[in-house]
Design a protein around this ligand. Sequence first.
Ligand SMILES: O=C[C@H](O)COP(=O)(O)O
Length: 253
Amino acid sequence: MRKPIIAGNWKMYKTHEEAKRFAAEVRGLVPDAGQVDAVICAPALFLEQLVTETKGQNLHIGAQTMHEEDSGAFTGEISPVQLKDIGVEYIIIGHSERRQYFNETDESVNRKVKAALAHGLVPIMCVGETLEQRENGDTNRVVQEQVKAGLADISAADVQKTVIAYEPIWAIGTGKTATAEDANTVCQVIREKVAELSGQESADAVRIQYGGSVKPANIQELMGMEHIDGALVGGASLESESFLKLLEAGANA
Ligand SMILES: O=C[C@H](O)COP(=O)(O)O
């Protein structure tokens, strides 16, 4: 049985004070580690402070992007070594906003997933189709290609540590959610692709999240689906109250 994983992606939201308040509000209320993996992926500025403020709880801290090199002359970038050094455990890679606005490609996603794994960070690798691709009936092909390229040359043991987030781009921040059945179908397609690329053991172990307008009102139905092991949540992860409700649903799935 795969342990549910609920990850909040704060994107470019919150001030220092607001991040601090969130950590204080969830203290002591996060379900325990046996039930769910709880993660907050925060802006880089707040990572170190959040690692300290959540110590000893089942609340793990992730970054939203990183460079694939250990160090070097890459102005403005952050390396996996630096993230690991301050206690970050997770890293979102290839979010559609990074692909759309910052030229990330399947190839750079693959390099970053490898770098994350090499440094003991858990990659949350994002895939998903645009509205146009969905309307053209291309969803399965698009996600299969993204999974194949993103996981290229990665060992089965490492694939099993990777989290894949299926986020249909048209459902992000729009209030539109894929139906639980549709989301499950695509997550199944992803799992079958992982089986083809990396073997059945990898497919059985890899955790697949759904992301796109997940909120307390719809998470239960999504988590009830066979191939959905968690959620990557933007808007509804910003308030402690709704984030805790999402964790509760994850813990009870
Ligand atoms: O990473 C999170 C996703 O982009 C979903 O964002 P959302 O929950 O605000 O739709």
